[in-house]
Design a protein around this ligand. Structure first.
Ligand code: TMP
Length: 247
């Protein structure tokens, strides 16, 4: 996907005092596949860096050499593994990331921005796959030293829009009549990775879990409507950040 995000303007950075308050914070960008979260994350990283905040950006699974190897195994459509093995691999990648990258960066007073964290495991291996929240919480505590993000931003779009985006089908502005039917989008596509190949019901449970997690702990989660274009979603992101960190 091409990245059409312009560099944040000087004006935008100069007048946003919340950017300067992000030092030492741990933010997580979450959402179902196709939510556009990574585009927004990149934009916040650029804005924070331009405001003079030292930023450590990581992604999950991955973000360390062994984590990236684990990522290849997890996303390879030819890998077969049990749900528990899958959950433990996500956690292994997370353990390496927290101990070697995230905790040291927070100790240095840097802003840490992660593309996915534990919320994803509750959504995908929990609600999607069927593992209990308790099992995920228990293993998560071991993997993460129980560190909690200051804020989890959940970029939310409906299942149909998300699926169209992951398949590279424009969800707005397409030719009349070119929009595929929901039924046509329910099965897997040849280009999906191992997790994206899961069926429509799995994806629906993942989406519902994101909504439920946001509702259950509003102090640490915020839902961002990700149905608009990147610019509109960035405006909502800035608004949320102003509300949470504006002082
Ligand atoms: P990404 O495409 O956002 O980089 O994420 C990789 C895939 O891994 C995505 O389909 C979500 C999935 N995932 C899980 O199933 N469980 C997890 O704990 C994490 C972090 C990601």
């Amino acid at each position: 996907m091409t990245d059409a995000i312009p560099t944040p303007s000087k004006k935008a950075n100069g007048v946003q005092p919340w950017l300067g308050r992000l030092a030492g914070k741990f933010l997580v960008f979450e959402g179902p596949d196709g939510s556009g979260k990574s585009t927004q994350l990149k934009r916040l990283v650029e804005a924070a860096a331009a405001a003079g905040v030292k930023v450590t950006q990581v992604r999950e699974p991955g973000g360390t050499p062994v984590g990236e190897q684990i990522r290849s195994v997890l996303l390879d459509p030819s890998s077969t593994m049990t749900l528990r093995a899958e959950m433990l691999l996500y956690m292994a990648s997370r353990a390496q990331l927290v101990e070697t990258i995230i905790n040291p960066a927070l100790a240095r007073g840097e802003l840490v921005i992660a593309d996915r964290f534990l919320t994803s495991t509750f959504a995908y291996q929990g609600a999607g796959g069927g593992l209990s929240d308790k099992d995920i919480r228990d293993v998560g505590r071991v993997a993460t030293f129980d560190i909690r993000p200051d804020l989890v931003l959940i970029y939310y779009v409906d299942v149909l829009t998300a699926t169209m985006r992951t398949r590279g089908i424009a969800s707005t502005g397409g030719k009349k009549g070119s929009r595929p039917t929901p039924a046509a989008l329910q099965g897997p596509s040849l280009f999906d990775d191992r997790i994206e190949q899961r069926d429509h019901d799995f994806r629906t449970r993942v989406h519902e879990s994101y909504l439920a997690q946001a509702k259950a702990d509003p102090a640490h989660h915020v839902l961002v409507d990700a149905s608009g274009n990147a610019e509109q979603v960035w405006e909502l992101t800035a608004k949320v950040m102003q509300e949470r960190f504006g002082g």
